[in-house]
Design a protein around this ligand. Sequence first.
Ligand code: FNR
Length: 378
Amino acid sequence: SEIYLQGMGGVLPPFTTDSCALEQAAREALEPGPFWYVAGAAGSGATNRANREAFDRWRLVPRMLTGATDRDLGTTVLGERLRAPIITAPIGVQSIVHPEAEKAVAAVAAELGLAMALSTVSSFCLEDVAAANGDGVRWFQLYWPNDEQVCLSLLARAKAAGFTTLVVTLDTWLLGWRPHDLDRAYLPFLTGEGLANYFTDPAFCAPLDKPPAEDLPAALMRWLPVFSGVDHTWDQVAFLRENWDGPVVLKGIQHVDDARRALDCGVQGIVVSNHGGRQVDGAIASLDALPAIADAVGDSLEVLFDSGVRTGADILKALALGARAVLVGRPWVYGLALGGTAGVRHVLRSLLADLDLALALSGHASAAGLGRDALQPH
Ligand code: FNR
């Protein structure tokens, strides 16, 4: 309605609503380092492109006269009611693109009734982001630290700050080969509190001679081996389950056997994800992994999906292929780059409207009830 009414009055939305144009607008607004930090992918970008191409291999089959006048986009994910099956993906160091960073998405997600997932490497500390999120639904994403005390401290802080679900990212124990990041520096653009969750953490700071702000090189030397370089094993997942009072979700699953292992080790959910094509160049499209995984474990685990979701139709396709909800990454980060909180709001509201219209015009009244008969392979 807003689009019709404002459009007739010659008033356009504040930013583009086209997902390709959005990326282009962010490219024009940002310095190359920050832009490519967001847009970049592993290696040749083959997996990033494959993520998009996979959506094109499925087509919606619209149904008519189904009485879809009143629609319900809502769904329940891991026991929490969301207004739509959309979760903002964990995105690290957002102050590289805008000083409002994680506080902007925290406020907008709460306002729109969506869940947010906060990255371990956020540029504001998790307590401040929780305050910006108010009574919203917030999850904490863990880059599994190679230091037990730091790990326990982060989990305790996240729990105390009202984060309900723990999302453990498995695919980034080393950073992928990202030529865009090597060709252009982006960390100099980081503002705010730097690697805030670590630099404010008592267990992280304990062995340091000086606070991180007074000796950044020493803090970074401590951070790197805590953050990266050690591959954990399936039997260690029990440690996280035992030390987190709430649902645990494993992010980065692409193989059906790994989905089964996740089920065996007692977690509540998985995210079928290839990190937006940023880790293994030449890997399969995330959407191509989804149907078999949903068939194998979808009755016992909550299966979430990400990598490549850009439109309402994409969300319908992922739901029809077995996802309970999707995580969305780059699009709202471009919105953040363009207009801070207003930009994030614009992108997420547009996605909600697009989803609602795609659902309605395909003849469905409820996002939660979609099955594979809503699609045809192309
Ligand atoms: C990410 N992603 C990510 N994942 C995670 O678990 N922790 C993190 O800190 C980050 N940081 C991050 C930064 C940037 C700039 C991007 C683009 C991505 C991955 C993210 O959560 C998600 O899996 C992908 O972004 C999904 O793909 P799309 O929606 O961007 O195509």
